[in-house]
Write a protein that binds this ligand. Sequence first.
Ligand SMILES: *Cc1c(COP(=O)(O)O)cnc(C)c1O
Length: 462
Amino acid sequence: MGQQFGRQSWAEPWKIKMVEPLRMLTREERVDALQEAGFNTFLLPSEAVYIDLLTDSGTSAMSDRQWAGMMLGDEAYAGSRNYYRLEEAVREHYGYTHIVPTHQGRGAEHLLSQVLIEPGQLVPGNMYFTTTRLHQELAGGSFVDVIIDEAHDPASLHPFKGNVDLGKLEDLIRREGAARVAYVSLAGTVNMAGGQPVSMENVRALRSLCDRYDVPLYLDATRMVENAFFIQEREPGFGDWSIARILKSFCSYTDGAWMSAKKDNLVNIGGWLAVNDPAVFDELRNLVVVYEGLHTYGGLAGRDMEAMAIGISEAVADDYVRARIGQVRYLGDLLTDWGIPIVLPIGGHAIFLDARRFYDHLPQDEFPAQTLAAELYLDSGVRAMERGIASAGRDPVTGDHHRPRLELTRLTIPRRVYTQAHMDVVAESVNRVHEVREATRGLRMTHEPKYLRFFQARFERL
Ligand SMILES: *Cc1c(COP(=O)(O)O)cnc(C)c1O
């Protein structure tokens, strides 16, 4: 008890006004549900899930202000008032000049890839993301990973594991010629590496490298607010900068960004693209009409854009970001204390269980991370997601599995949704599954879709 004296807790800068009951199935019901879902947590009905950590995408709780904003939707086909509010919010907080709304992040990735990539070109970036790489490939490009080596090592404590290896990038540009490089695809934070940040120093240096070779630099800003928190915390000189100032400064080194607003921007649906180059904007604004909707709504209702505009400004509040990442860390610290292998340092949006070390008796072709997600669901109804060999898909040329070094099971924390007690329940379940790890058998894939197979693949127990 003496140890408690002088302790200083943080708490969420909000309180709960509306609740949604949770339901917990019996173990027998969970066995049936998992069987039905082919051991793929993406195929479980949400009603069969107790605590849903599948993703932080579109699962945020909106604020009372955002819900009030939903009533201010201007549902005009063209020139909705809410579009201008969104444009203003993106300009104020991300700093780009021209904005195109899209229905979600991949809609933005599709348009940007079609406009910027010529068939045969390369797109270097700091580790692939599933939908990003697929749209780059569908546009005829090839993604090349130029992240620093530490990013592939789940135990490395490098503070900015999302950084681009400038040497790798410059070698690539020299070897292939700048004209073959469509643009640099930078993500902050890096989802597939465990939510790891990019430093301000790295983006500055990247900007001057890109300028030297006349290569554009575009940003996946999906979790850039969380990236800004890590810069504030870890990078010398930024300790007394606000999150908002860091965010805008970081973005100023890039030519534009695409956004899944379902993450950092605190809405259930939405995305946007923002660029500074008027010629690129012209093409994007033309293409959005083909695939998403008119350039002033891009597949969204006016009320969605209003909620997004409000979410953008709420998301950059320092106390909110601190509580958000604080909750992720709370879960990660519990697991680390109990000797569970996770990716370190703890990232921004999720805890990534290191399934390779967790199930060190399972070969990667038996889907250890998928197995771990299935076992967690069986144990407690907690839903996690695979981020390993199933997510990595196949090489489009050789047809063989991509075999990523990282074989991870992601516990993704929705924003403003669960309590600290929920985090305790999750950690206890992971611990129980860990205790019986040696007796756990792997999986075999029985159905494999052609695109983004992890969403709909089916498995059975070996
Ligand atoms: C979710 C996500 C996307 C794709 O966005 P959607 O809104 O799911 O289409 C792109 N990049 C990153 C880093 C993401 O996490």
